[in-house]
Every structure is written in C-alpha cells, then in structure tokens.
Design a binder for this molecule. Structure first.
Ligand SMILES: NC(=O)c1ccc[n+]([C@@H]2O[C@H](COP(=O)([O-])OP(=O)(O)OC[C@H]3O[C@@H](n4cnc5c(N)ncnc54)[C@H](O)[C@@H]3O)[C@@H](O)[C@H]2O)c1
Length: 452
C-alpha cells in the first residue's frame, strides 16, 4: 500500500499522496501487523486538529489526505502534518483515493452519517466522532452500512480506552457497590449572562464553502454562531450539550451498568437564563429509567461548581452497597456502605421514637474503600482503532455500541421537545406511547443530499 517514506516523512507520520486515483470501493487493504494505515482526515477544526495529534504518534499510521470546507483550516493542517498531501474540500474526492485506507471524521454532527455511510461504501474503515448521528434512524443506517461492507468502526468516545472507566465497569459488574440504583452526570458551565452572544447574519468568511458546510441541513444565511465550534448550540447541526457531553457520560454509564438503552425518558428545561441566539436549552434536567429499574440523570445548568459540589466531568454511581465517584475521567473513588447483616426487628408501636432501628443494626463494610487513578488519552483510542484495522476485530466502541450511547441522548432531546415522558422499545427503536415522537427519529435531507 501507499508509497515508500523518506526518513523525514516517516518521522512525522506522513506520506506523500500516492499517484493514481482509484475508483470507489478500491481502498488499499491493510494486510499485516507491520503494514501502515493511510488515513484521510475529514473536518480539520478543533477536534480534527486534536485527532491529527492523536494519530501522529503511531508510526504505523500516516496521514495521506485532508479535507475541510474551510480553506484556511486545510492550509493549517497541511503545514502541521507536512509532506505532499492530497487536499480537498469535497470528502468524496478523498474517498476516491487508493492511499486512504481509513477515514477520521471530525465534522459537525449533521455530517457524520452521510460521510460514514459513503466511506463504508468506498471500502474505508471509519473513526467517527461522537455523537454518532444527528437523529436515531441515521445511526441504524450507519450500522447497516458497516455490516454490509465489513468495515472496522470506532466512535470517538475516548473514555472507552481509559483504564479508569474500564475499572468502573469491572467494579460495578463484580458487585462492588451492590445493585446500582441511580447514576448522575453533569454538564456545568457558567455562561451567564451573554453566552455565545447574538451576532447578526453576515457573509461567510473568505475560504468557507457555507453551502457545503450546511450539506443536508436547511439552507440558511451564514451566522458566526452556527458555524465553527458553536454549531453545538443549534439543533439543526447538533443535539446541544446533552449529546455533545452527554454521549461521553452515557457511554461510560451504560457500559458500567451493563445496559444499552433506557425503557423511558423525561426531560425538562428552558432557555432564558442566557441572552444569546442559541437554540438549545441553557438549563436542563433529564431522567432515564432503565429496564432493571436504575435511574440515570443528566443535569445542565449555569453555575460554577463550588467546593464539594459536583463538577462538570463528574459521574456518580449510587449502589445499595456503596458509591463510586468518577472525577474528570481521571480518577475514581469507591466509598463502601455499611451493610446491615441482621433482620429488621418488628416495629414496636409503643416506641414513640419509633425507627431507631437503623442505629441498632449489625453491619459489615460492603467492600474496601478504593481510589484508582488513570488517564483518558485519545491516542489510546486511536491505537485501538489501528490495531483493529489489522486484526479485523471490533473496536472498543464500534458503530453498534456508539449508536446505543448516542441514541440515549437523542431520545432525551425528543422528550424535551414533546414535553412528556416517553416510553421506548429499544429493540424496535420506537417510542411506544407517542406516534408523533416517532416521526422525529429521522429528518429529510436537503437535496441533492440523500442517505441511502
Ligand atoms: N471526542 C471528543 O472529546 C470531542 C471533542 C471535540 C469535538 N468532538 C466532536 O467532533 C466534531 C467536530 O467538532 P469541532 O469542535 O471540531 O467543530 P469545528 O467546527 O471546530 O470543526 C468542524 C470542522 O468540520 C468542517 N466541515 C464542515 N462540513 C464539512 C464537510 N462537509 N466536509 C469537510 N469538512 C467539513 C468545518 O469547516 C470545521 O472546520 C463534533 O461532532 C464534536 O462533537 C469530539
């Protein structure tokens, strides 16, 4: 595959783009453990730049092609990576190249499904950023596209490759905190009072193909807040902070409690605290209930985390025999409960102070207290993807799993939209108490874009 590297090119993990173009589906095959994987990166903004950094240390990967609809980002990435790279603003031209074995997709969420499905059809393995999709039904099509084309896929939830999150799953599934009854996660950031501001619509910046940025989304005038990074605050391109951060947290939680989807969801919130042109709520509370009775909540509000209060990247697992706190994905703390070992005595009606029963309980410590530190590094998640390209085994977060973690957050947005508790059949992927909500599981792409 590809062409030979000079020492300099090898040292920066880059290859000059190979000559001739290949037709669709003519991806080079990575045969053995020592073969190098040619990578095409689609979307070179904030995350695309981080992913270039995450893949470059792996000497068996070399970036051969770059794509973005904003020319200055292409130039920046080209200079950073170095070498005679193929560059384009049209991802389909990148997919046509024989020196691209796998693609890394870091575009806004509304592009993930289309680019993923086309990449599979072109025979490329795919690393796609979270959240997997903008709507639930896109995720199903992505699973099908990967299955038919036998592609190796990885969704960009790097905590899947973190030892701390693996340890949480091991502890919880080993019964360390008994039955988990509730999990709480948070997105706390104080954007009050002006948030992202309220800029007027204007001409797009030089070098940006705004129509191609919008792609399948409705045609609207350019507004700086709708585009780079801040598209997250607009539901036409993203599910807001609930899908942005929530997909990370829900992936950690669902893995730990051994669940892959809720039985129902309720969400409540408002937009009013922050004065800007966002379309997502600035204040929100979501509760999912799982088939085993576990309740999971996500809280988003504008307040600085004070001493001792939950922080933004904080997840709590509350069990009958203990609590596990995950702090910033870097360290976990297990706090065991004292578990009652004797029967509760019969109530004595003459005892006015009544239930001092607990004080008289005989208890044992449920488990040993434990702290465990680790790191979350996207380079580890990239490593897992590269390894699986060679072994053809599933990655730690293949599209099927990424879909489940993403869908859970997408459902909550629909519960918010519908203003009601929605019950969910996770096998059929349908709401069972609201036909109108089922219509919101997909959306119509703007022509000529279609998701086959
Ligand atoms: N895993 C993580 O921790 C993590 C962190 C940040 C972002 N993300 C995800 O990465 C994605 C991108 O977010 P971001 O912060 O980098 O946004 P961004 O706006 O900084 O970058 C997105 C880039 O995609 C480009 N783009 C848009 N349409 C395109 C198209 N059709 N073809 C090629 N390029 C196109 C834009 O011009 C922009 O440069 C989002 O889905 C986000 O959720 C993940």
């Amino acid at each position: 595959m590809g062409c030979r590297l000079t020492r300099r090119q090898f040292s920066v993990g880059v290859v000059a783009a190979g000559a001739g173009l290949a037709g669709r589906g003519a991806a080079a095959k990575v045969q053995g453990a020592n073969e190098r994987v040619g990578l095409g990166v689609i979307g070179l903004g904030n995350r695309g730049d981080q992913l270039i950094d995450a893949f470059r240390p792996h000497k068996d990967a070399w970036i051969t092609a770059l794509c973005d609809v904003y020319a200055p980002y292409v130039e920046f990435a080209k200079e950073k990576v170095g070498g005679d790279l193929f560059t384009t603003k049209d991802y389909r031209a990148l997919l046509d190249r024989k020196d691209v074995d796998a693609v890394v997709i870091a575009t806004p969420d509304h592009w993930h499904a289309k680019q993923f499905v086309d990449a599979c059809a072109a025979g490329k393995d795919v690393y796609v950023e979270k959240p997997l999709s903008l709507v639930v039904n896109e995720g199903r099509k992505m699973i099908e596209a990967a299955r038919v084309s036998k592609r190796v896929t990885q969704m960009g939830v790097q905590r899947r490759s973190s030892k701390v999150c693996a340890k949480i799953a091991e502890l919880i599934q080993g019964g360390a905190i008994g039955k988990v009854t509730a999990c709480r996660c948070f997105h706390l950031t104080n954007e009050w009072p002006h948030g992202i501001g309220n800029p007027a619509d204007c001409d797009p910046p030089a070098g940006l193909d705004w129509d191609l940025w919008l792609g399948p989304a409705r045609k609207v005038a350019y507004n700086p807040n709708r585009c780079f990074y801040r598209f997250r605050w607009f539901r036409e391109y993203s599910g807001g902070q609930l899908t942005n951060f929530g997909t990370h947290w829900l992936d950690v939680i669902q893995r730990a409690i051994g669940q892959d989807g809720p039985a129902g969801v309720f969400a409540v919130g408002s937009k009013g605290t922050i004065k800007d042109n966002r379309e997502i709520p600035d204040t929100m509370e979501v509760v999912w209930n799982y088939p085993d009775g576990t309740l999971v909540s996500f809280s988003q509000y504008n307040a600085n985390a004070s001493e001792g209060a939950p922080r933004s990247a904080h997840i709590e697992f509350r069990g009958t025999e203990g609590t596990i706190l995950l702090d910033g994905s870097e360290s976990l703390q297990l706090i065991p409960e004292a578990v009652r070992t004797d029967e509760i005595p019969a109530l004595n009606p003459r005892n006015r102070q009544g239930n001092s029963r607990q004080a008289r309980a005989t208890t044992r410590p449920a488990d040993k207290a434990l702290t465990f530190k680790g790191r979350t590094d996207t380079a580890d998640h990239a490593r897992n993807f590269l390894d699986c390209i060679k072994t053809r085994k599933p990655c730690v977060c293949p599209v099927e799993v990424g879909h489940r973690s993403t869908a859970t957050t997408l459902l909550a947005n629909l519960a918010y939209d519908r203003g009601r508790y929605l019950t969910w059949d996770k096998e059929k992927e349908q709401f069972t108490n609201d036909p109108e909500a089922n219509k919101l599981l997909s959306y119509e792409y703007r022509a000529p874009w279609r998701l086959e």
